[in-house]
Design a protein around this ligand. Sequence first.
Ligand code: CTP
Length: 410
Amino acid sequence: MTSGRLKPRVLLGVSGSVAAYKAVELIRLLRKFCEVRVVLTRAGSRLVSEKVLREASGFPVWTSLFKGSTPIPPGTPGGSHPLAVVPHIEFAKSADMVLIAPASADLLAKLALGLANDLLSTLCLYATCPLWLAPAMNTKMWNHPAVVQNVRTLRQRGVPFLGPENGHLACGEVGEGRFAEPSEIALQVESHFRLFGKWKGRRVLVTAGPTQESIDPVRVLTNHSSGKMGFALAQAALNRGAEVTLVTGPVKLAPPNVARVIGVKTALEMRREVLKAFPKTDLLIMAAAVADYRVRRASRTKIKKARGGLSLRLVRNPDILAEVLRRKKPFQRVVGFAAETDHLEKNAREKWGRKPCDLLVANRVGGGRAFDNDQNELLVFSPNSPRPVRLAKDSKSRLAEKLLGMLDEF
Ligand code: CTP
């Protein structure tokens, strides 16, 4: 953020997605910690009124490149260029972030191609601050190869995406494409401004999701972990400016813009990647739900059903966390998780005794809790406190922020 200013400046682009009306709530939340000016596209203006956005932001809404410009007296230096005196250009020049929420499929295409055929796309080429996108559209559009390609292009350029999420869409369908909750977007933006730089230079390794152990070429042993907690932790570390590597089992989530994403399937693959990256890691967060057993010898061909039952011979997988703790150097920090269905505190404390990590984060699983849920509640064991700290039910992003907050001093 430019020094001397009390609040960061966010240029909020609102484009033509049905979720455009949610920008009103987002502006209200963003204004608690930043200055917001709104740029509305022509399609966006059909879905949310300029007047409402003006009321919400407290400032005129910018809709066209030339509207609002002041006439330039002849002979003014730089006056021959229309961009020189227009207020939205002045704001874009000093903005700390351009956030487009919601970002439509059309807007993603313009940004991927570098078009500048309206005010918002022009400002995106002009502004030098980070650009963040929160897309919202129908699932079929989001999965269209053209959109997938544009998203990939933008990600490769380092643009962070907030959402979209899975859920009910305005068109009545259910699927991926739903606009991220305004409170989640505001939380990520706020963390970025408040915390960025705090962990600069720290190398963070996060594991996430389940592992899958093959039974035969079509069947697997796995668990219900969605990877959401691990991904939220990777995002929270990114918000602090850390260099993040994410080792993830098979999940349906788009990864945050971390330095490296390593996809694995089995516990053995996860072990190999973690042990390879660990020597150059300052903080390891083992949020993955690693399968404790694998089939001793997976069948090369599909197992045919036969009369009676089927017995599988299982063997123990290595315990990655236990192994890492044995190799840990004094400068390294390790966070472990404990998933328990019952006697949470007792079982987790016992696990912490066996795997003495710097923080042990316990959560109750089963019955729809924790796994594949956007919310969770946690019990955190730390050597700094005689009793475990209870983190009340909250979104996984907020819990991730709180957990990393507990590691700020390490
Ligand atoms: N873990 C691991 N390797 C395994 C199993 C677990 O690294 N093979 C890690 C998990 O990532 C987590 C912690 O160990 O950080 C605890 O995992 P959890 O499944 O709760 O417990 P387990 O140690 O497997 O014990 P149990 O299944 O008996 O509860």
